[in-house]
Design a protein around this ligand. Structure first.
Ligand SMILES: Cc1cc2nc3c(=O)[nH]c(=O)nc-3n(C[C@H](O)[C@H](O)[C@H](O)COP(=O)(O)OP(=O)(O)OC[C@H]3O[C@@H](n4cnc5c(N)ncnc54)[C@H](O)[C@@H]3O)c2cc1C
Length: 332
C-alpha cells in the first residue's frame, strides 16, 4: 500500500469515526481498511500508521458493537387512558394467562422502575363498582424496550372482577390502559440488601425490580425473594426466576414457599411468618435494608399491615413486631 493511498483513505476514516452512528456499510468499509492484510514490503515506515489504523478499526468495532439503539417513546400516558387491542392470549398455567396487547407503531411499553399501569374496560358501562368504572393495577412482565407490545401476566380469580373480565377477552377486543403509575423510585445500590416478599400474582412488581436491578453490571445489592403460592403449579415466572438466580448467584437468592406442598416438595411450606423472615431477611438493625411486599391483601396485612387504599398505611404485622421501621418497608 503506497503512502499516497493510505493518506487518501485517512479523511474517509476520520469522517467515518466522527459519525459515531455508523451504517453497516460504512462500518464494513472501515473494517476492511483496518483489517486489510499487509503486503510484505521492504523496510517500511508505514508500520505506525498501520497500527494506528488497526487501532481505529478496533475503536470503530467497539463503538459499533456497543452503539445504543434509541429507545422508542413511551406508549402510555399517565394522565389519560389509551385503548389497546389485544393481539393474543397465551395460557400460562391452570389459572393464569399472558395477554399481549398491541401498542401504537414505534412506541415502547417500558416503564420506569418501579411503576405499574392501571386498566379499565373500554366500555365504561361494562365494569362498574359503586357507580364507578373498575380500575386495577398490573405490571408488564416483558421488559424489552422496542417490542411494540405490552405483555401482562394475569391470574384469574373466580370472584375477581377485572381478572375474570380479562380472561374472557378475545384477540381483537380492547382494554383501556393508563400509566406509568410510580410506585417505588428504585436507585441502584441504595440498599445493601433488599428482601422481596410476594404471593401469587404479586410477583410481577417484584420481578420488575429484580430484572431491572440485576441487569446492571454495577449492581451490588443482594436480593432475597420469598415467594409464596398455594401449590407448586401456581408459581409464576419460575423458569425466569430460576434463570436469574443461576445467573446472579451472589446477588439473588430465591425461596419458594407453598401453602399446600406435594409429597415431593423439598422447600419450606406454610405462610411467611416471623421465623421465615428471621431466617432469610437481614435484621432491621442492619442499615440499608429494604423489604418490599406485594401479594393478596391478607398476606400484605399479616406481613406489613394493611395498605390504606393507594397509600402505604401504617406499618404492622410481622415486620413491625420484628422491629423494622416504616422507612424500611414498601407495600406495592
Ligand atoms: C402494583 C400492583 C401490580 C399488580 N400486578 C399484577 C399483575 O401483573 N398480574 C396480576 O394478575 N395481578 C396483578 N396485581 C393484582 C391486580 O391488581 C388485582 O388485584 C387482581 O387481578 C384481582 O383483581 P380482580 O378485580 O379480579 O379481583 P377483586 O374483585 O379486586 O377481588 C376479588 C377477590 O380477589 C382477592 N384479591 C384481590 N386482589 C388480590 C391480589 N392482588 N391477590 C390475590 N387476591 C386478590 C380479593 O381478596 C377477593 O377475594 C397487581 C397489584 C398491584 C398492587
Amino acid at each position: 500500500m503506497s503512502f499516497l493511498r493510505v493518506a487518501s483513505l485517512r479523511p474517509l476514516v476520520c469522517q467515518l469515526l466522527s459519525k459515531v452512528a455508523f451504517s453497516d456499510a460504512s462500518f464494513r468499509l472501515l473494517a476492511l481498511v483496518a483489517m486489510r492484510p499487509k503486503r510484505r514490503k521492504k523496510k517500511s515506515n508505514l508500520l505506525p500508521l498501520s497500527l494506528a489504523l488497526s487501532g481505529l478499526g478496533g475503536i470503530a468495532a467497539y463503538v459499533y458493537l456497543n452503539r445504543t439503539i434509541e429507545p422508542l417513546p413511551p406508549a402510555l400516558n399517565p394522565d389519560q387512558f389509551i385503548t389497546l387491542p389485544l393481539k393474543k392470549v397465551v395460557p400460562y398455567n391452570h389459572n393464569s394467562s399472558t395477554f399481549v396487547f398491541e401498542l401504537p407503531p414505534k412506541t415502547s411499553s417500558k416503564l420506569p422502575v418501579a411503576s405499574c399501569l392501571v386498566v379499565r374496560a373500554t366500555d365504561p358501562e361494562a365494569l362498574k363498582s359503586n357507580g364507578n368504572p373498575v380500575v386495577r393495577p398490573y405490571t408488564p412482565v416483558e421488559t424489552k424496550d422496542n417490542t411494540n407490545e405490552l405483555v401482562l401476566l394475569v391470574k384469574k380469580y373466580e370472584t375477581g372482577v377485572m381478572s375474570k373480565y380479562m380472561h374472557e377477552m378475545k384477540p381483537g377486543d380492547t382494554l383501556d390502559v393508563k400509566g406509568p403509575i410510580p410506585k417505588f423510585p428504585y436507585k441502584e445500590n441504595e440498599f445493601d440488601e433488599v428482601a422481596l416478599i410476594g404471593g401469587g400474582s404479586g410477583i410481577t412488581p417484584l420481578y420488575q425490580v429484580l430484572t431491572h436491578a440485576l441487569s446492571s453490571r454495577f449492581n451490588t445489592t443482594k436480593f432475597k425473594l420469598l415467594y409464596s403460592n398455594v401449590t407448586e403449579q401456581d408459581i409464576l415466572l419460575r423458569e425466569e426466576l430460576d434463570a436469574l438466580a443461576k445467573k446472579y448467584p451472589s446477588t439473588l437468592e430465591v425461596v419458594y414457599l407453598l401453602d399446600k406442598p406435594g409429597n415431593d416438595w423439598k422447600g419450606p411450606s406454610g405462610f411467611v411468618n416471623a421465623d421465615v423472615i428471621k431466617k432469610y431477611v437481614a435484621p432491621p438493625t442492619q442499615q440499608r435494608t429494604m423489604v418490599m411486599v406485594c401479594g393478596p391483601p391478607p398476606q400484605v396485612a399479616s406481613i406489613a399491615g394493611k395498605k390504606a387504599g393507594m397509600k402505604q398505611g401504617p406499618l404492622g404485622g410481622v415486620l413491625k413486631e420484628l422491629g423494622y421501621t416504616e422507612e424500611q418497608v414498601f407495600k406495592f
